[in-house]
Design a protein around this ligand. Structure first.
Ligand code: CU
Length: 433
């Protein structure tokens, strides 16, 4: 691998591509429990405001003209915290993913020889488009559309009756291993990988040789997952840009070729605690005054060495493909992680909907390299063979317009039935803030 490509791959996570190093923000925060609890409250409040605003708009009281008429309380999807799902609801979601992993692919073998299942269509698309969907003007909207098409496939092709749940990172910063998403139980997405002894730090070289490599600690696993629903799941494609303990980069000459292997995890609580705690998440919402600040901070400010909530969640799952920026939809945790990113974007938009709903900044190439036109509302994006055709950015900016009709619902303080009468879903409050 030549140094240039190595540097570019590093940039995907770390944004250290020769940019001047900004002063570190207060992301290395004081995690005094009281402070983080206050942030949890405030995040919940912002989530509730976003929900109220969206429902008001839906009823035509505010910005009704921008909303999709067919999106009503009756058709509204409600994406909830994984913790708020009953064991049965979690199993339904998991079974639908396992179903997608059994269905045949729609991607032609000539496009991706390694795509063997319908689930693999999603992985192939993400590998194919990596350089056009990260650090671009399309990052947030493309991933909004991508996880929606996944939710659609679960429903339309595998009979899933629920809605895509999100991963509330802040609740897991004390222990990834205890997370109900990753505890290895039958109602999780499988747990940690088998323990690989003596794993060393992950030293990721930065694009700018003047900048020391970013050192990340190893997790507590590292090997193949040992329990839970995905213990027999086989990855089909990749690695594509995988950093493992020691900083070795692994990349297949063609990452779309068939390369069956187990899914590895290396749960790394310290990375989640550093980047995805409630306080850091709240700061992202409160201090990002425009879309550029929001998307840049979420992905780690260039040259800062910070991972942002996006890199933090991916790298905290660890392993293969969790630490592979191209192939990481291969880990089923991808969808819940990106649902949380999408939830935050929605919350951020709702803080000032009039100026933020259609805000776009960036171009069509990773950090505009090579130079490409600005992304606009008229720019079309696609998800390859996941769903044929393309869609304009303007149609995927609102969660209740274009093809979308969904909101996110926080888990504490309030019955879902009161908020959305048409949805008779029982909210299980497992934890009070
Ligand atoms: Cu992505």
């Amino acid at each position: 691998m030549d140094a240039f490509l190595l540097g570019l791959l590093s940039c995907l996570w770390l944004q250290a591509c020769g940019f001047p190093t900004p002063q570190p923000t207060s992301n290395s925060i004081n995690l005094a429990l009281g402070e983080d609890k206050n942030a949890a409250y405030e995040l919940h409040r912002l989530g509730q405001s976003a929900l109220d605003l969206t429902l008001d708009g839906l009823e035509g009281r505010l910005l009704g003209e921008t909303y999709q008429p067919s999106c009503t309380l009756e058709t509204m999807r409600v994406r909830r915290d994984w913790r708020a799902l009953t064991p049965g609801e979690r199993k339904d979601y998991i079974d639908a993913i396992l179903c997608l992993q059994r269905l045949p692919p729609q991607t032609p073998a000539a496009m991706a020889a390694g795509a063997k299942t319908r689930y693999d269509d999603f992985v192939a698309t993400h590998i194919n488009q990596t350089w056009h969907i990260h650090r671009t003007g399309t990052f947030l909207a493309w991933h909004r559309y991508f996880i929606f098409t996944f939710e659609e496939a679960l429903k339309n092709e595998c009979g899933f009756n629920g809605d895509l749940p999100y991963w509330n990172w802040g609740a897991d910063v004390d222990s990834m291993e205890a997370s109900p998403l990753f505890d290895g139980s039958d109602t999780s997405l499988s747990g940690n990988g088998a323990v690989v002894p003596n794993q060393t730090d992950l030293a990721i070289p930065l694009g700018n040789t003047d900048v020391p490599p970013l050192v990340l600690p190893p997790g507590t696993g590292g090997g193949c997952v040992t329990s839970g629903p995905f213990v027999n799941y086989s990855l089909s494609m990749g690695p594509s840009s995988l950093y493992m303990s020691g900083g070795n980069l692994t990349r297949m000459s063609n990452p779309l070729d068939y390369n069956p292997r187990c899914m590895k995890r290396d749960l790394t609580t310290s990375i989640l605690r550093e980047n995805n705690n409630y306080t850091a998440t709240l700061q992202l919402l409160q201090t990002s005054s425009d879309i550029w600040a929001f998307e840049t901070t979420a992905q780690g400010a260039p040259g800062s060495g910070l991972l942002g909530v996006h890199g933090g969640g991916h790298l905290a799952m660890g392993g293969d493909p969790g630490r592979d920026v191209d192939a990481n939809p291969g880990d089923p945790g991808f969808w819940n992680h990106h649902a949380m990113i999408d939830r935050l974007w929605w919350m951020w938009q709702c803080i000032d909907l009039a100026s933020r709903e259609f805000a776009i900044r960036g171009t069509g190439t990773f950090l505009n390299d090579p130079v490409s036109p600005n992304t606009t509302l008229d720019t079309h994006v696609n998800v390859g063979y996941v769903k044929r055709g393309s869609i304009a950015m303007r149609d995927i900016m609102s969660t209740t317009a274009g093809p979308f009709c969904y909101v996110y619902f926080g888990r504490a303080n309030g019955a879902l039935e009161e908020t959305i009468p048409a949805r008779k879903t029982t909210l299980v409050v497992l934890e009070e803030y």
